[in-house]
Design a protein around this ligand. Sequence first.
Ligand code: VGL
Ligand code: ZN
Length: 241
Amino acid sequence: MKPKRALILVDLQNDFVPGGALAVPNGDAVIPIANKVQPAFDLVVATQDWHPRSHGSFAANHRGKLPGDIVNLNGLRQILWPVHCVQNTHGAEFVAGLDRSRVKKIFHKGIDPWIDSYSCFFDNGHRRDTGLNKYLKSQGVRDVYLMGLATDYCVKFSVLDALQLGYNVHVIEDGCRGINLKRDDSEQTLDQLRRLGAEITRSSRVLASSKAKPVRTALARAKRKISIARPGRRTMARKHA
Ligand code: VGL
Ligand code: ZN
């Protein structure tokens, strides 16, 4: 099987764009980028943060706590968030402008009320697997490109897991936006991911590299035709036969 390049669209959901419950500043700016790059990939998958209303990452489910407070959730340090991406609500739906026609499969995360799941591969305790790794492996994927929301949480932890799982990992920087609880969280995240071996790239480069391929193929086809058409070459081939 020819190694494939997969695009993982991370959490492009209403609650993560302006107007949503956990709005990422300028989060909506990445939607046109998601639409633009999809045709450059062999495979496109998407993830959805998909919490039950009772989820332990919601401040509202902890007496006297506010978003931003830290608690211990079943043994793990947990930042508390506003109620967001509740299953089957408008906030959990994909942003309307997102082109979903090429999305082959959707993976849900954060379903277990007792553990949060920033990564699209595993929950934060690496206890439950979303099935994404097995699916990508079954499709012959070696290179994964990630973009989406938010740089400093779900994109970050998805990239860390993808590196650990042995993929060649690429982050489409202009396709990501961060929550930035601290002002430079996103910048620091990208630096860290680069140091750990991820390629930080841009949508324009992804498109340029995918367009280069058909041109090369066309050139190769033309060359083959020329060599078939040339009688001299044919004679040579027969001699060798
Ligand atoms: C996310 C915080 C809580 C994300 C999800 O998608 O980055 N962040 N749940
Ligand atoms: Zn969440």
